[in-house]
Structures are given as C-alpha cells and as structure tokens.
Design a protein around this ligand. Structure first.
Ligand SMILES: [Ca+2]
Ligand SMILES: [Ca+2]
Ligand SMILES: [Ca+2]
Ligand SMILES: [Ca+2]
Length: 327
C-alpha cells in the first residue's frame, strides 16, 4: 500500500512538481531553450527559415488559437471581425501598431493569469488568502519524510530531491516579499513565473548558473554551455545546430571575450534586455497585411489576410456552424 502511495506521489512530483515549480526548459527538437523572456508561442517563428503561421496564431490568440483550427473560413473570419473591434481601442476604425501590440500583450498576460489561477486553486483548494511554506512543502515534498536519506540525495544526473526542496525553499523566500513565509496569490505568481517579475530575475539567473556550471567555478565555459543542450555519443558527428551554438557562444554570449560566461553574461542571455516580442510581432503582422501601406490596418485589410491572424479548417464547414461558444 505504501509503495503504491509512494509511486503516486512520485508521479505527482514529476508531473506537477517539476513542471510547475522548477523551471523547465522548452524542448525544441531535443534542443533546450533557456531564454526566459517569454516567447509568444511555443512554436518557432521561422523554423528552417520558413514562416510558421502557427506562431502568429498563438501570439495573436493565445490558447484560443486551438479553437480556431476547428472553424470554417467563414466563421473564423466572423470571429476575427469581432476581435478586430476589441483591438481597436480608440474606435477609429483602424488598428495601429500600438493597439496591436497591446492586444498581443493582453493575450500573453491572460495566458499567464490563467496558469497562475489554475495552480493557485490546485495548491490552495480552500482559496485562503495565503499559502504557507509548510502547506506547500507538505503537498509537494511530504513524501520525503518516509524516504531513506540516501535516496533523498540520489542525483541520477539531475538534482536530488533534497536539492529540489532547497531550491524551492530559496525561491519561495525571494517571492515572499513581505517576509511572512506565506505567499499571497501575487507572490505565488512570482514563485511560479519568476521571469515575469523584476525582483525574481536574479534568482532565475542563479538557478540557471547552478544547473549549467558543473565545476562550480561561478562561470559557464563553452563545454558547460554545450553540455547543457547536447550530449553526443562517442563517434557521432556533431549536428549542425550544436556547431551553431558554439558560434553563438563566441559571438554573442561571451560578450567580453574571456572564454566564459559570467553571471551578467548569463543574465543577458536568458533575459535579453531589450527585445520586445510583442512589438516585433505587431510590426510583423502589419507588414504582412497593410495593403495600402499607411501603417494601420482596416478591418478589410485584416480580413483579407485572415489566415495570417487566425487558423481555420479549410474544408469542414458543417461542424463549425454548430459552434456558438463565447462569441
Ligand atoms: Ca484604432
Ligand atoms: Ca508573504
Ligand atoms: Ca564552470
Ligand atoms: Ca565572458
């Protein structure tokens, strides 16, 4: 009985714990991406130099992009028209780059807030004002009480349970702005999404350093940098993307050219200071659809390019017309 419970808890830890509490690098075809500036989509915008429409759909609609994939072109366009009116905040009949940028930001923050909401409910089902460290620890790490000390320190190539607990503890303390050892929902958001909160960024850099800096000299060498994303087997030729990562390191990551990345260089890498994804995406969408070149989009211009903004199912009409949710 005990082992069944233990297995369950392990599964819980691995699915909930690791995916929620510990920052999980995105996997792109086996390649980790540690950049924490939140991308607008889990899809790459230009995979193999070709434009990926799904990137734009997710940037523009967030989670709702999935719903649009089920719609007929007619219904997809109709809903896009409704969205256009929402984006046009000043109601002048056209969408400016700023209005579009604000919309994309709103889409992204809605996704974030939904995620925090979901997790807050699951850790705090009674919806109390605060979640204490003891409550959180019991829920996520309570199983450790029954474990053998040796197992707690087992690393199998990743952090041990004890490491994970200590790391969570430290992150919790930084997220706990008023120092009462309990997190409000807002503080909990910083704990879950540290990349979103200015005061959490140093801890994100520190955690990343700890992951990558295997020899613990406080610097990330080229070997450590590559080792984080790629482990070649003996005799295997290095894939192209690993070669290009090596060049990236020399050209962009190691800014002062001393052969290693220090803490500031790691910070510039994972939290790029001046790239505004929402701005870039708004610019891209206008560039692609602004037929008369006045830097603003009319509803007609948007609808003419509806497949750039939203997806639709090209052929299946019948099913789509039976849907009447939320619009
Ligand atoms: Ca407008
Ligand atoms: Ca607090
Ligand atoms: Ca090192
Ligand atoms: Ca350097």
């Amino acid at each position: 009985m005990k082992s069944v419970k233990f297995c369950f808890i392990l599964v819980f830890i691995f699915t909930v714990g690791i995916s929620l509490a510990i920052p999980k690098p995105d996997e792109k075809e086996g390649k980790k991406d540690r950049t924490l500036e939140r991308d607008l989509s889990s899809k790459e915008h230009y995979p193999n130099e070709e434009h990926n429409p799904e990137y734009d759909h997710e940037a523009f609609l967030g989670e709702e992009a999935k719903t649009f994939r089920q719609l007929s072109p007619e219904e997809s366009r109709r809903r896009l028209g409704v969205i256009f009116d929402k984006i046009d905040k000043d109601k002048d009949g056209s969408v400016s780059q700023d209005e579009l940028k604000e919309w994309i930001r709103y889409t992204q923050s809605r996704y974030l807030l939904d995620d925090v909401d979901r997790q807050w409910r699951s850790y705090n089902p009674e919806m109390k004002d605060k979640l204490t460290w003891e409550e959180y620890k019991k829920l996520l790490y309570g199983f450790m009480d029954d474990m053998d000390a040796n197992d707690l320190d087992k690393t199998d190539d990743g952090p041990s349970y004890r490491d994970m607990l200590q790391r969570d503890r430290r992150r919790w303390s930084v997220a706990d702005e008023d120092g009462d050892d309990a997190l409000t929902r807002k503080e909990f958001m910083g704990f879950l999404h540290p990349e979103e909160m200015g005061h959490m960024r140093d801890i994100v850099v520190l955690e990343t350093m700890e992951d990558i800096d295997k020899d613990k000299d406080g610097k990330v060498s080229l070997e450590e940098y590559i080792g984080d994303v790629y482990r070649g087997t003996e005799g295997e030729t290095e894939p192209e993307w690993v070669k290009s990562e090596r060049e990236q390191f020399a050209k962009f990551r190691d800014k002062n050219g001393d052969g290693v990345m220090d803490k500031d260089e790691v910070k510039d890498w994972i939290i790029p200071p001046d790239f505004d994804h929402a701005e870039a995406e708004a610019h891209h969408l206008i560039y692609e659809s602004d037929a008369d070149g006045d830097q603003k989009l009319t509803k007609e211009e948007v609808l003419n390019k509806y497949d750039l903004f939203v997806a639709s199912q090209a052929t299946d009409f019948g099913e789509a017309f039976s849907r009447h949710d939320e619009f």
